[in-house]
Design a protein around this ligand. Structure first.
Ligand SMILES: *[C@@H]1O[C@H](CO)[C@@H](O)[C@H](O)[C@H]1NC(C)=O
Ligand SMILES: *[C@@H]1O[C@H](CO)[C@@H](O)[C@H](O)[C@H]1NC(C)=O
Ligand SMILES: *[C@@H]1O[C@H](CO)[C@@H](O)[C@H](O)[C@H]1NC(C)=O
Ligand SMILES: *[C@@H]1O[C@H](CO)[C@@H](O)[C@H](O)[C@H]1NC(C)=O
Ligand SMILES: *[C@@H]1O[C@H](CO)[C@@H](O)[C@H](O)[C@H]1NC(C)=O
Ligand SMILES: *[C@@H]1O[C@H](CO)[C@@H](O)[C@H](O)[C@H]1NC(C)=O
Ligand SMILES: *[C@@H]1O[C@H](CO)[C@@H](O)[C@H](O)[C@H]1NC(C)=O
Ligand SMILES: CC(=O)N[C@H]1CO[C@H](CO)[C@@H](O)[C@@H]1O
Length: 817
């Protein structure tokens, strides 16, 4: 008991101890040094424009409660400077307010300025207007680019300085980043790569922020810039800092992976993340950033090529900011366990020793009292028993036990004692009433209606300047073919292509993140006389990665019409262009724009391709996050009260046959209580009457713990410290299942409870050969009607041992209402 208390105290001392004012942040081979103190830091990425200012405080609070010390964000140049010299730092773009919110909650901040950031953000964060600067080559030793880059980076740095936000001024920013993963592309720039890189480092350091700069995936980052690792397994893959005076920093620890349309979701387990973070720290890592801690939403047209609108929904805080369990809780316990090791980690002598063929100990020994050890079992299949300093430890497969005193296992990365959550969707309003919908057909432009003309096929991005996803290519011709059958054959390197002949849709084709857009080849019927061909080229976000982004091309590149005996090539022909859609130009998704046009009753047109739909809906009562279920739709974009909630693409199915994303986040702050204007641009033949307004919440919690599974030494599960202490007093450090419903909900029923050897896990379970008949009654008594409950995994609690000699577990699944 006394020992736990000391640990507790140690933890409190480590995490509190507020920030002084005005010391420069420095570093040495061990870690960053803030206010003269070495720090082992946990950081998490939360990107300010991927949520709303109304969500920031709660997201940051949840990150803090999860044991983070630092919030990291990229800086989004194209959001802040949409036109040269015209800056925007309002609303979701208010980076100063975001950093101040971090500061208000007593956390540190890291800003990754880039300004090339990649980040699955359209054009990697670069404003498209850079493209029109003569002679520019991005991210190279190129004067026009360096001039613009320096101007923007200096602007951000001086904004931060003006608000006293650097730690050297008493503010929260302890670290910043210049460039991003340049090591991946540097070779493409030949001799201009290294010179650019040195320039970038010098330029950044010259801004004299008083806090260090990092470059990630840049093994040769010039002094004093710190090279950092990005990836999933930096404990195994990182070659280490390029100087003994630099600390080991992991800037992007992927908590899952970004998702593109057509992909199934990538799930990375809590155990796997915990293993690699513990390993990185065990091997002298000092700073770990979770990419992402909260992913959020790519509102508007901000997502990069083919990226989903929802971003890293699998992160510890999901797209809506709800806890993703057990990830959030397991990592929180990991952080607490590592914090208990702070003293020896920072000042102890580091040694490693083999404990078996694939087992190893990483030990930090300070004076006689301070000693911390990480026992690693790298065997992916077997439980392995090891002896360390005369004690015996059983290590589950691929796991690390953390011993903050070189004796007591405070945490094991493979033993999840935190609860599991199930997210549920509730339909609150079906928008299925035909009278409530109106439609507006997008006009299919003909050559005569266009004003922009060229005798060649223009490149898509350079023509739209990214003011829209869409570009119309039109031409007209006299039909003098003698053939009856014609094939229209269009080659395009844009992401999607719709073809219309004489105003009627004849086909749609699209590519994917990994594959080019296939040619559109369609049999078509032509009229005698003049024929109008209109091709709609669409981008689903601009590319965000690779060298020479300014040279990328997209759009229609070849058009032929083939009859049985003749091929006519229209590639070099008289083309007419229209940038964007009419509905976009009229802003029909705003109250004002919408009132300016004549909407028709729903279904008044026979075909549905390229249609704007409009309706009103009320906000669901309560505080649960809101999402639109767009399952019945095809592809397009949706706006609520004039704000774009992003592109959707439910018709692009994954290999398993389902949409990559069905629900689309509508932040509460976009909504009024009643009469919210919903406008949808549907490119295909979606069915808006199938849309519903849903809420998302955690409605089920589940725990699964074995009786050999001691809970982590520190588990901050109570509502307050008094509660924790009382709990500890009553239960000691005994394995236990702990359940907690979200605020405002209580446990209303126990769906399953078995003390014995239930099979399965929280996802799917069944009673095994050993089962205490009291299982349900005991758990109901302990939990029903409560928001939080805790049940020891202990025979005495269940009255009797249902099967002596057998290892038992307790699995409880409960409903929160
Ligand atoms: C802090 O950093 C600034 C800017 O890099 C530098 O000018 C100053 O000398 C540093 N102060 C100390 C005390 O090292
Ligand atoms: C564990 O084993 C894998 C596969 O053999 C190896 O790649 C990895 O580096 C090992 N990790 C540790 C921490 O020993
Ligand atoms: C892009 O468009 C501009 C006109 O807006 C033109 O001057 C320039 O030559 C074009 N660049 C390329 C690479 O096509
Ligand atoms: C369409 O054109 C491409 C060349 O641009 C050619 O390879 C392909 O065979 C053509 N398809 C048809 C059906 O003619
Ligand atoms: C088109 O013209 C040809 C001859 O000029 C004629 O045979 C054919 O019937 C016409 N087709 C239509 C649909 O008018
Ligand atoms: C802490 O929680 C306990 C039990 O839930 C409650 O009785 C007590 O009033 C709380 N104390 C504070 C300071 O909130
Ligand atoms: C949850 O239970 C508490 C008492 O334990 C009660 O005050 C509260 O009203 C309940 N909440 C709900 C939503 O049932
Ligand atoms: C090499 C690589 O995959 N890098 C990725 C690291 O993660 C960031 C954010 O997810 C991406 O932008 C990079 O593509």
């Amino acid at each position: 008991m006394g020992r736990w208390f000391l640990f507790l105290l140690g933890l409190l001392l480590t995490v509190s101890g507020g920030r002084g004012s005005g010391g420069n942040v420095t570093y040495d081979g061990r870690s960053l040094i803030i206010d003269g103190q070495h720090k082992i830091l946990f950081s998490g990425s939360i990107h300010y424009p991927r949520s709303t200012p109304q969500m920031w405080s709660s997201l940051i609070a949840k990150a803090k409660a999860g044991g983070l010390d630092v919030i990291e964000t990229l800086v989004f140049w194209n959001l802040h400077e949409p036109q040269p010299g015209q800056f925007d730092f309002s609303g979701r773009r208010d980076i100063v307010r975001f950093i101040k919110e971090i500061q208000a909650q007593g956390l540190y901040a890291c800003i990754r300025i880039g300004p090339f950031i990649q980040g699955e953000w359209s054009y990697g964060g670069l404003p498209f207007w850079l493209h029109d600067i003569p002679g520019i080559v991005y991210r190279s030793d190129n004067e026009p680019f360096k001039y613009q880059m320096q101007k923007f980076v200096s602007k951000i740095v001086s904004m931060m300085r003006a608000e006293n936000l650097y730690a050297s001024q008493g503010g929260p920013i302890i670290l910043s980043q210049i460039e991003n993963e340049y090591g991946m592309v540097q070779a493409a720039f030949r001799e201009k790569g290294p010179t650019y890189l040195r320039w970038a480092a010098e330029m950044a350091v010259g801004l004299q922020t008083g806090v260090p700069w990092v470059m990630c995936k840049q093994d040769d980052a010039p002094d004093p810039v710190i090279n950092a690792c990005n990836g999933r397994r930096c404990g195994e893959t990182f070659a280490g800092p390029n100087s003994p005076n630099k600390p080991a920093i992991w800037t992007e620890n992927w908590t899952s992976f970004y998702q593109v349309y057509g992909d199934d979701v990538d799930i990375r387990s809590a155990e796997d993340i915990a293993f690699h973070v513990a390993l990185f720290i065990a091997k002298k890592g000092s700073y770990v950033n979770y990419y992402m801690y909260h992913g959020g939403t790519n509102f508007g047209r901000n997502a990069a090529a083919y990226m989903l609108t929802g971003y890293y929904d699998q992160a510890p805080l999901d797209e809506y900011g709800l806890f993703r369990q057990p990830k959030w809780g397991h990592l929180k316990e990991l952080h607490a366990a590592i914090k208990l090791c702070s003293k020896p980690l920072i000042s102890g002598v580091y040694t490693t020793m083999a404990l078996g063929r694939s087992q190893q100990a990483f030990v930090y020994r300070g004076n006689s009292v301070d000693c911390a050890a990480f026992l690693v079992n790298n065997d992916t299949r077997k439980n392995v028993g090891v002896t360390f300093l005369n004690s015996f430890y059983e290590l589950p497969p691929k796991s690390i036990s953390i011993l903050p005193d070189c004796k007591t296992e405070a945490f094991n990365t493979a033993k999840v004692s935190t609860q599991y959550n199930t997210r549920a969707v509730e339909t609150r309003q079906k928008l299925d009433s035909i009278e409530k919908w109106e439609e507006f057909k997008e006009a299919i432009p003909t050559f005569e209606k266009t004003s922009l003309r060229a005798n060649i096929l223009l490149e898509h991005m350079n023509t739209t300047k990214d003011t829209s996803d869409y570009l119309w290519y039109t031409f007209r011709f006299q039909n003098d073919f003698s053939d009856a059958q014609y094939v229209l054959n269009v080659t395009s390197s844009a992401h999607v292509l719709h073809a219309f002949v004489n105003g009627a849709s004849v086909g749609f084709t699209h590519g994917s993140y990994k594959t080019k857009t296939p040619n559109l080849e369609r049999k078509v019927t032509l009229s005698n006389g003049t024929n109008h061909i209109s091709l709609l080229s669409g981008m689903v976000g601009l590319p965000d990665s690779g060298a020479y982004l300014e040279r990328r091309v997209a759009g229609v590149s070849r058009v032929i019409i083939k009859g049985e005996h003749e091929i006519k090539d229209f590639t070099s022909y008289s083309w007419g262009y229209q940038v964007g859609l009419l509905g976009e130009k009229l802003q029909v998704y705003t109250d004002f724009g919408s009132s300016k046009i004549q909407w028709n009753t729903y279904g008044s047109s026979t075909h549905r391709t390229l249609t704007w739909y409009k309706t009103l809906f009320d906000a669901p009562v309560g505080k649960d996050p809101v999402a639109l279920n767009l399952e019945s739709m095809g592809k397009g974009e949706a706006w609520v009260n004039g704000q774009s909630i992003g592109r959707y693409w439910v018709s692009f199915l994954t290999p398993k046959g389902s949409p990559s994303q069905t629900w689309y986040n509508v932040p509460r702050s976009f909504l009024k209580p009643t009469n919210n204007l919903l406008v949808i641009l549907e490119e295909q033949n979606g069915y808006p009457l199938g849309i519903s307004v849903d809420t998302i919440s955690i409605t089920k919690v589940c725990g699964h713990v074995s009786d050999s599974h001691l809970p982590p030494v520190i588990s901050w599960r109570g509502q307050n410290k008094t509660e924790e202490k009382n709990h500890e007093k009553h239960h000691g450090r005994r394995p236990k299942v702990q359940l907690r419903c979200p605020p405002g909900r209580n446990i209303s029923s126990i769906l399953f409870s078995s003390y014995g050897n239930p099979s399965g896990d929280c996802g799917s379970y069944a009673i095994g050969s050993c089962h205490s008949s009291n299982s349900l009654a005991i758990v109901e008594e302990a939990c029903l009607g409560k928001r939080i409950c805790s049940i020891p995994v202990w025979s005495q609690k269940f009255g009797d041992d249902p099967c002596p000699g057998i290892q038992k577990t307790l699995l409880v699944d409960a409903q929160c209402t």
